[in-house]
Design a protein around this ligand. Structure first.
Ligand code: PEP
Ligand code: MG
Length: 596
């Protein structure tokens, strides 16, 4: 006990000192603001009486929440094992304490008893039990045990969050400029962030190309992920710096650190402003080759910025936003209205609507899709799910066809792996067209182009066959890299191995591009590398003329293209394709970009 108390004293001292955390910078820029620690946030606890015959089911619901909480703590423990020194020790201690409290403890037994005796719902029982246990600790007037009371409250909050399944509050009540600190944020949580209120965020769990990272870039929020030692080390209201460019988070900065980062933030913002002048200029190489720059849109509110930023259309509309943060499914009318707003907002520019891509790390509660199986990324997701739940696909296709009456649209299918999937969708589409015609509904005529994402290695290798059934290709390098290299794009533990410059990935891009060019169908790249100016020369050299990216990435990519020479880019791509080592490829890429 003495040693633990000493450690607690030292920890308190550290909690006031500046602390630096290094992780994965996933969205550029610097944000400075007060921490808003999600775990400490306010949770609405529903309270209601339950009938006697509902007691067993309620206890089971509680057991589920306990199991889920245990899984989360174990996952965090795995991540924290990679840390060094006292940080790992402290965090391990905290997580162990949490796990103990969830394993047949007084707290667990107390909640079960309350559900049975008081006939109240599990959330209310958890809250009552936690208050009582924490109060009995706090009453002992011992600073060490008082801290344990905090740990108990934390476990209680976790249980309630898992019971209510409302992961986090909507961030709508946070002070302006807040830095959100959380264990993990789903893409749906991130979609709730208003950049007017939230300055940036940092999490313990999450990889570079996770959809949470993509959402951060879309919203233009500086973000750092994969910081296991963050948990418990930052408190509400602490000043926090998030350097999304360098992947660094600094809590409670010293005045000199703060000053340095304020200066760097100013520099970053000045550089961004300088790029604004490029908006109206065309994306052409020095020798006059035009490249079409399109926007990836995650949320309808981005449309205005896409137009203002000079996007020539939407190359990828991720329709998952329609299905996020809700318990039910949007009907055809609701989807139509949302799509119409976006299409009208793009003012005559083409909008590529991708059908629902849930599964993997993108879960829609309303669909009751479970991550399922040992490998959710290989499971029932995207087009596979839609071909199983055809009504869902039909509804979405009908909404797209109707919205297409207000501006040019294209339909894009996610995660296609076989020719027959594309054929099946074509048949379903024809059926929907017929039905709408019978109904006399106004819609796009003729039917819009139907394209497929090339994001599975098998699809890339069968690109010539797919080109016979698809009207266009969009290469999704995020998933293509993940599936080719067997690296989970959302797992920070293997993030250092995630590499779109691996020769295998580049060969698949080349193979797909050549197949599309031979079949004379349009091809674009809409994975995250399209928005990274370092890749522009290589992609253009390989024959790509359409790039779709986060709106915030448009100016820098355009700037790069305007400095390129097509012949040099083509020669460079050829040189790269002769390489077998991704380290050498990265070095050549840097050299080329430094010169040209
Ligand atoms: C991709 O996989 O590259 C892609 C664009 O799709 P998403 O990131 O939505 O999976
Ligand atoms: Mg994908």
């Amino acid at each position: 006990m003495k040693a633990e108390r000493k450690r607690e004293g030292a920890k308190r001292g550290r909690l006031r000192a500046e602390r630096i955390f290094d992780g994965l910078g996933v969205s550029q820029g610097i944000a400075i603001g007060p921490a808003h620690v999600v775990e400490a946030g306010y949770i609405d606890v529903p309270e209601y009486a339950i009938a006697e015959d509902a007691v067993a089911a309620e206890q089971e619901r509680f057991a589920d929440a306990v199991a889920r909480s245990q899984r989360q703590l174990k996952k965090l423990k795995e991540k924290s094992a990679a840390l060094h020194g006292t940080a790992a020790e402290e965090l391990g201690f905290l997580l162990d304490a949490g796990l103990q409290m969830l394993t047949g403890s007084r707290v667990v037994r107390g909640v079960e008893r309350r559900i049975a005796d008081e006939r109240i719902n599990a959330e209310a029982a958890v809250r009552a039990e936690i208050i009582q246990v924490a109060q009995s600790f706090a009453a002992l007037d011992d600073p060490y045990l008082a801290e344990r009371a905090d740990d108990i409250r934390e476990v209680g909050d976790r249980l309630i969050r898992n019971l209510t399944r409302t992961p986090y509050q909507a961030f709508s009540r946070v002070p302006a400029g807040s830095i959100i600190i959380a264990e993990e944020l789903t893409p749906a949580d991130t979609a709730l962030m208003d950049p007017q209120l939230v300055g940036g965020f940092a999490t313990a769990i999450g990889g570079t190309e996770s959809h949470t990272a993509i959402m951060a870039r879309s919203l233009g929020l500086p973000a750092v992920l994969g910081l296991a030692d963050l948990i418990g080390a930052v408190h509400n209201g602490d000043t926090v710096i998030v350097d999304g460019s360098k992947g660094r988070v600094i809590a409670r900065p010293k005045p000199s650190t703060l000053e340095e980062f304020e200066r760097r933030r100013g520099e970053f913002e000045r550089a961004e402003r300088q790029l604004v002048g490029l908006r109206r200029l065309p994306a052409v190489t020095r020798d006059g080759t035009a490249v079409t720059l399109l926007a990836n849109v995650e949320l309808p509110r981005e449309t205005e910025a896409a137009v203002a930023g000079g996007a020539e259309g939407v190359g990828l509309l991720r329709t998952e936003f329609l299905f996020m943060n809700r318990p039910d499914l949007p009907d055809e009318e609701e989807q139509y209205q949302a799509l119409r707003t976006i299409i009208k907002g793009m003012d005559g520019r083409p909008v590529t609507v991708r059908t629902l891509d849930v599964g993997g790390d993108k879960l829609a509660a309303a669909l009751d899709v479970q991550p399922g199986g040992a490998n959710p990324a290989l499971g029932l997701r995207a087009i596979r799910l839609q071909l199983k739940m055809t009504e869902l696909l039909e509804t979405q296709l009908a909404a797209i066809l109707r919205a297409g009456a207000h501006g040019p649209v294209r339909i894009l299918l996610p995660m296609v792996s076989t020719v027959s999937e594309a054929r099946q969708v074509r048949e379903i589409l024809a059926g929907v067209v017929k039905r709408l015609k019978r109904r006399g509904t106004k819609m796009i005529d003729p039917s819009p182009p139907l394209g497929v994402m090339i994001e599975i290695p098998g699809a890339a290798l069968a690109a010539d066959a797919l080109a016979q059934v698809a009207d266009f290709f969009a290469i999704g390098t995020n998933d293509l890299t993940m599936y080719t290299l067997a690296i989970d794009r959302g797992d920070e533990q293997v993030a250092h191995l995630y590499n779109p410059l691996h020769p295998a990935v580049l060969r698949l891009i080349q193979f797909t591009t050549e197949a599309a060019l031979r079949a004379r169908i349009p091809i674009s790249v809409c994975g995250e590398i399209a928005g990274d100016p370092r890749y522009a020369a290589l992609l253009i050299g390989l024959g790509i003329r359409e790039l779709s990216m986060a709106v915030t990435a448009l100016p820098r990519v355009k700037q790069r293209i305007r400095n390129l020479d097509l012949l040099a880019a083509t020669r460079f791509a050829r040189q790269i394709m002769d390489q077998s080592d991704s380290g050498r490829i990265a070095a050549l890429l840097d050299d080329f970009n430094a010169l040209a």
